[in-house]
Ligand binder design. Structure first.
Ligand SMILES: *Cc1c(COP(=O)(O)O)cnc(C)c1O
Length: 377
C-alpha cells in the first residue's frame, strides 16, 4: 500500500464530493431526471467558460473536442494559422493536416509565448485564412498566451479564433466572450476537478457561420447533432452519464466558491511554486509562466530519474518534459483539486529526491520559500 499524491498537469485529483457522485447508480440518459442534471451542468459550463453561448459536452478526452473544432469549421484545402508554443499547440497542426487543411505556422520555440503581432502579420498577408488556432496555457512548457490580445486582432478579420483552454480553464482568468474567442475547447480532467472522459466545446455565431461551409466528413463529431440534442437537454449519443452527474457537482462547487476566487487561489499557488523552485536553485522555464503548472530546468544528469523516483519512493506524481524537453524540465501542477498543503508535500519530497540523486541542495529551502509566499497570501 502506498499513499498517492497526484500533482500532474492532468489528470488531477478530484474532490470526495465529486468522487461520490461517480459511485451513484446509473441513470438512463433519456429521462427527465437526467435532463435536469444535464441542464444544470450545461449552465455551470457557461459560467466557467464565461460565455453566453451553449457549451456542448461529448464523450472523449480534450483532443476529441480539438478534433471537433477542426472538422466542423473547415474543408480540405482551407487555409488556417496555427500559433503554437509547445506540444499541444503542435497538435492543432497534426489534426489540421490529417484532414488536408493548409497550415501557416507562426509557432515559436518551446518555452516562449506566441506573438500576437506575428498572427496579425500572417492574417494581413493572407485574406483567405479561415481560422486561427492557438493554446491558452501550454501545459507542455508551462507558458500562458495572451488570448485577449489575439482575440482583438482576429476579431477584426473574417477568421474565427479557436482556443485550446484544456488545462487553463478554471485555473486562470479566461473570458471566452469578452476576449472574443469563437471556439473554446476544454476537457474534464484538469482544472475542472473531474475524472478523464468528457470534453467540452463552445461555438460563437461567427463559428456557426463558418461551420455552414465545412466539407470535412464527420459523423460522431458533427457538432450540428450536438446542437440539435442540446435544445432538449440531451446528447446525440449515450453520454458518460456518471461523469456528467459528477460534473454538475464539480461545477456547483466552482460556482459556490466563485471563479475569480479560484483564479486567485492558483495565482498564489503559482507564486509559491516559483519561489520554491528558485530557492533550491532550479531555474524557472518559460517566458511567461502560467498559473496552473510550474516548470523548472533540472540538471541533465539526473533529469530522467526525478519523476520516476518521486513516484516510486514517495508516491508523488509530477510530470517531466515532453519531446525535446524530456529529462530537461520538471512540471509541477497546481490545477484542479490541488491545494496549499499538497504543494508543500510535493516540494518536501522533491527536495529529498534531488538530494538522493546527488544534487547539492539545502533541504527545507523550497518548502520554506513556498511557506513564506503562502503565509503572505
Ligand atoms: C491535456 C491537454 C490536451 C490533451 O487533452 P487530452 O484530454 O489528453 O486529449 C490538450 N491541450 C492541452 C493544453 C492540454 O493540457
Amino acid at each position: 500500500m502506498k499513499k498517492q499524491y497526484l500533482l500532474t498537469p492532468g489528470p488531477t485529483p478530484i474532490p470526495p464530493e465529486v468522487a461520490l457522485k461517480e459511485a451513484l447508480p446509473i441513470l438512463h440518459h433519456r429521462t427527465s431526471e437526467f435532463a435536469a442534471i444535464y441542464k444544470d451542468a450545461a449552465e455551470g459550463l457557461k459560467y466557467v467558460f464565461q460565455t453566453k453561448n451553449d457549451v456542448y459536452m461529448l464523450a472523449g478526452s480534450g483532443t476529441g473536442a480539438m478534433e471537433m473544432a477542426v472538422v466542423n469549421l473547415l474543408s480540405p484545402g482551407d487555409e488556417i494559422i496555427v500559433a503554437s508554443c509547445g506540444n499541444f499547440g503542435d497538435r492543432w497542426i497534426k489534426i489540421a493536416e490529417t484532414y488536408g487543411v493548409k497550415v501557416t505556422s507562426v509557432s515559436v520555440p518551446w518555452g516562449n509565448a506566441v506573438k500576437p503581432a506575428e498572427i496579425e502579420k500572417a492574417l494581413k498577408a493572407n485574406s483567405n485564412i479561415k481560422a486561427v488556432y492557438t493554446t491558452f496555457t501550454e501545459t507542455s512548457t508551462g507558458v500562458v498566451n495572451d488570448i485577449k490580445s489575439i482575440g482583438e486582432i482576429v476579431a477584426k478579420t473574417n477568421a474565427v479564433l479557436v482556443v485550446d483552454s484544456i488545462s487553463g480553464l478554471g485555473g486562470q482568468e479566461f473570458r471566452t466572450d469578452e476576449w472574443k474567442v469563437d471556439v473554446n475547447v476544454c476537457g474534464s480532467q484538469k482544472g475542472l476537478m473531474l475524472a478523464p472522459g468528457l470534453a467540452f466545446i463552445s461555438f460563437s455565431e461567427k463559428a456557426w457561420k463558418l461551420a455552414e461551409t465545412s466539407k470535412i466528413p464527420k459523423f460522431y463529431y458533427d457538432i450540428k447533432k450536438y446542437k440539435k440534442s442540446f435544445a432538449s437537454n440531451e446528447t446525440p449519443f449515450t453520454p458518460p452519464v456518471t461523469l456528467i452527474v459528477a460534473l454538475r457537482e464539480s461545477l456547483r462547487m466552482i460556482k459556490e466558491k466563485g471563479i475569480e476566487n479560484m483564479w486567485n487561489d492558483y495565482k498564489l499557488l503559482a507564486k509559491a511554486a516559483r519561489a520554491g523552485m528558485k530557492a533550491i536553485g532550479l531555474e524557472l522555464f518559460g517566458e511567461v509562466p502560467c498559473e496552473v503548472v510550474t516548470s523548472a530546468k533540472v540538471p541533465e544528469e539526473i533529469g530522467g530519474k526525478i519523476v520516476k523516483t518521486l513516484r516510486e519512493k514517495y508516491g508523488v506524481s509530477i510530470a517531466g518534459g515532453q519531446g525535446d524537453l524530456k529529462g530537461k524540465i520538471i512540471r509541477f501542477a497546481h490545477m484542479g483539486y490541488i491545494g496549499k498543503a499538497d504543494l508543500l508535500v510535493g516540494f518536501a519530497c522533491l527536495e529529498m529526491v534531488l538530494a538522493e540523486l546527488g544534487m547539492k541542495i539545502e533541504k527545507g529551502k523550497a518548502v520554506a520559500a513556498a511557506e513564506e509566499e503562502l503565509i503572505k497570501g
